[in-house]
Design a protein around this ligand. Structure first.
Ligand code: AMP
Ligand code: MG
Length: 523
């Protein structure tokens, strides 16, 4: 059904200790581990696009053998269970060894076109990296990961994917608000799929431990397997690779900003070496435009991971990766090589600015970008913030503006508060007049501009309250809302008549409700 070619465990050293007990793992990139079986697995949902990537047809997706594999109850031929070893900086502090505590890799599936995908079960039981935790995941966080992975993909944002959402038929105990009220929640397992799940933290841990030979091996392996297009001389490889990681990370940050996504836990163990969005935990989507908003309750006081700081934090994370790679630089020309890593981080700034400007030019319907457009956008952001304007609704509706009239009526639905709408009406009118003048100067015919703006401004994103509603129904055994959301989010830029409910701005009841406005890390 699936063909496996497990390079990671074949080419990199594994842990000699076979027992599945919490420990520090030295001199190895992975530990063999078997998923812990679950009582009564059911396939709650799957992504047909990911299935197609893996050459899994409807019959395969319906087969009991595949369900057994996706629940961790049995491995398919060619699959091997293992967890990888990494560390990370969490909230700015070095945290030492972390590792796949509840994610178990099943190997690397190679499809008929030769594309390679690591498969990973999240919530399939503890691993040697689980510390004292249970290795499981609750349904609510699994629904969020499953839906958001696919929503992001369809929005054009680089991301790990999700093949399946499996209910385990078992319960998991979680104290959601960390306030001494643990309850039993339904458990679930997501099968995540990505060309590579390698994180910045994989390199950081080896560097922190002084395991430089293994660090070099992991770098060589990563470049060979995950960056085959990098063809430079061996002595330049490391720097060229870091340069590429910087560029990809920069583009990812611009993507997050353009769609209004807040990751919520940008620790270096949650940074993908491929520049993918990875580890969907207490993430959220911007409703009313608030640059300082973070969905993560653990981050509520410092707001390290709020919407507007994401590009800055990603840069900080790249600096930590550069620190980890520094011991591998050639000794003879160390200072020149260090300067090159620094230059790559400057390259990050350039790529980020360019990607940000081109994304927002597209969102505003402009064919080019000038410094004056940056000012125009800055004023819009300020206005959207003060007037509590919904980001997704505003940009989507902006295409409907008649630039001869510059009447703000089409933007009425983007406001959360009528009093603020009235208060800021003159400011909005002034902004729209300037914007209309800018569009007239740009000179693009309206039909073309509107079509282009509708390709840049999604009508549908995974609003926090929509995910929460689907979760609450799923917890009652009804997965219909998950399927509906998945279907709508497959075509986020299409108008999809009859589905207005899925594009509605956050209702009042959801403003301060857990799961809709804020989330804890408990998952
Ligand atoms: P995260 O905050 O999701 O990035 O996780 C940080 C670390 O905690 C990673 O090493 C995870 O594998 C581990 N972890 C989180 N939840 C669990 C759990 N329920 N069981 C085992 N390990 C976990
Ligand atoms: Mg993580």
């Amino acid at each position: 059904m699936l063909n496996f070619d497990n390079r990671f465990i074949r080419e990199l050293p594994g842990d000699a200790e076979p027992r599945n007990q919490p420990r520090q793992v030295f001199g190895a990139c992975w530990s063999a581990v078997t998923p812990t079986p679950v009582a009564a697995p059911t396939l709650l949902a799957h992504s047909r696009e990911v299935a197609a990537d893996l050459d899994l047809d409807a019959q395969a997706m319906a087969s009991p053998a595949l369900l057994e594999a996706l629940s961790g109850n049995r491995l398919l031929p060619g699959m091997v269970g293992y967890a990888s070893c990494y560390g990370g900086h969490q909230f700015g502090q070095w945290a030492g060894q972390l590792g796949d505590g509840r994610a178990i890799l099943l190997g690397e599936a190679v499809n008929r076109r030769g594309q390679r995908f690591e498969l990973q079960l999240k919530g399939a039981g503890p691993t040697p990296y689980a510390r004292r935790a249970d290795g499981r995941a609750v349904l609510r966080s699994s629904v969020r990961e499953f839906l958001c992975s696919e929503a992001m993909h369809h929005l054009g944002v680089p991301t790990t994917r999700a093949l399946s959402l499996v209910g385990s038929g078992e319960s998991v105990i979680r104290d959601m608000f960390y306030d001494g009220h643990p309850i039993a929640e339904p458990g679930a397992i997501v099968c995540r799929v990505a060309p590579s799940f390698t994180r910045f933290g994989h390199f950081e841990l080896l560097a922190a431990r002084g395991e430089h030979d293994l660090l070099q091996r992991l770098v060589d392996f990563t470049i060979a397997r995950d960056f085959p297009e990098l063809t430079v001389t061996p002595e330049r490889k490391l720097r060229a690779w870091f340069h590429e990681v910087c560029a990809r990370t920069a583009r990812l940050m611009a993507h997050w900003l353009r769609v209004g996504f807040v990751h919520g836990v940008m620790n270096t163990d949650n940074m993908s070496i491929l520049g993918l969005t990875i580890d969907y935990g207490p993430y959220g989507w911007i409703d009313n435009f608030d640059p300082g908003w973070t969905p993560n309750t653990t981050d509520a006081s410092s707001r390290r991971y709020c919407f507007a700081r994401q590009a800055e934090i990603a840069r900080w994370n790249l600096e930590r990766l550069a620190d980890a790679l520094t011991p591998l630089l050639p000794k003879a020309e160390r200072s020149a090589a260090v300067a090159e890593l620094a230059a790559a981080i400057e390259h990050y700034d350039e790529v980020y600015s360019a990607a940000f400007c081109s994304a927002f030019a597209a969102k505003l319907g402009l064919r080019s970008w000038t410094p004056a457009d940056g000012e125009l956008l800055g004023e819009l952001f300020e206005l959207m913030h003060l007037a509590e304007i919904d980001m997704t609704a505003f940009f989507r509706q902006l295409a409907q503006l008649d630039i001869g009239q510059a009447d703000s009526g089409v933007l009425r639905d983007a406001f959360y508060r009528e009093d603020l709408r009235r208060q800021f009406a003159p400011d909005l009118a002034r902004w729209l007049a300037r914007y209309s003048a800018r569009l007239r100067h740009d000179g693009q015919p309206a039909a073309g501009r509107i079509a282009a703006m509708n390709r840049a401004n999604p009508r549908f994103v995974l609003r926090n309250y929509l995910a929460q509603q689907a979760i609450e129904r799923a917890e009652q055994g009804d997965t219909q809302a998950i399927h509906e959301l998945l279907e709508v989010l497959r075509r986020p830029f299409d108008e999809q008549p009859g589905r207005a409910a899925f594009s509605a701005r956050r209702p009042d009841w959801a403003r301060h409700k857990a799961g809709c406005s804020t989330l804890s890390c408990s998952s």
